[in-house]
Design a protein around this ligand. Sequence first.
Ligand SMILES: Cc1ncc(COP(=O)(O)O)c(C=O)c1O
Length: 395
Amino acid sequence: MKKGRMDTRVVKNVKATELSRDLMESDNFPFCLTTTYRYPDAVTIAKRFKGEDDGMVYSRMNNPTTRALAKKVAELEGAEAGLCFSTGMSAITNVFLSLSNAGNNVVVNQTVYGGTHKLVTDELPRFGITARRFENAHPEQVESLADEKTTCIFVETPSNPTLGIVDIAAVAKIAKKKGIPLVVDNTFSTPVLQQPISLGADIVIHSATKYLNGSASLVAGIAVGKKELIQKIYDRTFWTFGSTLGAFDAGMLLLSIQSVAVRMQRHCENALKVAKFLEAHPKVERVFYPGLPSHPQHEIAKKQMKGFGGIVAFTVKGGRHTAQKVVDSTQVCERLINLGQNITTICHNASTTHSELDEEALKKAGISENFIRLSVGLEDPQDIMEDLGEALKLV
Ligand SMILES: Cc1ncc(COP(=O)(O)O)c(C=O)c1O
């Protein structure tokens, strides 16, 4: 810098290294809002490009804050490694496309989130990857569906929005025997309620947009699992597809996760009360909640979950119009299609989150026209039940 000229290069004068000790010792992990990293010398950066040095290169590939988040979620799930993605769908897409080539197939349970359904039904086939579906209650079907061309078995449990339960350990046994990675979408449970890796899964996925965040302030996805599988995702699609999560959102998620255990406990308590209330209501046809003995897979849920989560679904006596009237009449339950947030949300799934499904697929997924999904929040449960009671009075 020439004498007399103002040096505007702030970071040149105040080096990050001078600050880093204090930053690292602060209670919260620093939000490392940077694209790139000053490297010490040409040989070191060359090693980083070769993967021989795990220092930072460029934030599409790695960032201290996103790395800390991946490490935290991996630790909670009992996994060896992890990666953070821009959304839950990005995590799922990366997992499928990094494990598979044209000509391969994936085995997926029948009831999954609408975006995942569309991905495996319409999009993966365009890349020569087909999906074979198995019924939630029949994990033994995986045995005949999976063959030498199968690259992964994917399970969403509890599933969105019908709360289908798949026996993770039973599928894991078949997956292990056949040497095929088992991937579990654990969005509804979080590691607080269910730890698929301890049941034999190889990769666990989260839409961190939901419970891991809680406040509905960001979209994010995380995949954790065996080191070699996570490395494969990183090498094959992660940085080439440009799927990474921004450091700011990763930092926010690290803060949210501090309260996830307490939030999940309250979600479970409230949801069970709401599920019991709805089950006893004369205008309700059926309630879907794995914590109720009436759920067909209640025993399996009890075996693999520490709590049954905050999502409760029900069918109201009547058709689409009646269900939409209930949705339109609530005051406490907010008309929002998101789930897993601190406030209670209500939605009509056939016309929203699962509107991509045709009539036959909706039927197979068990989403009827009179079906309503609730994401039970942290409010006083009495307020939620009274609100639903008032709305049901109007139909
Ligand atoms: C179970 C499940 N998995 C994945 C996703 C996709 O997550 P995102 O919206 O963060 O892409 C969702 C979204 O609702 C979901 O419910």
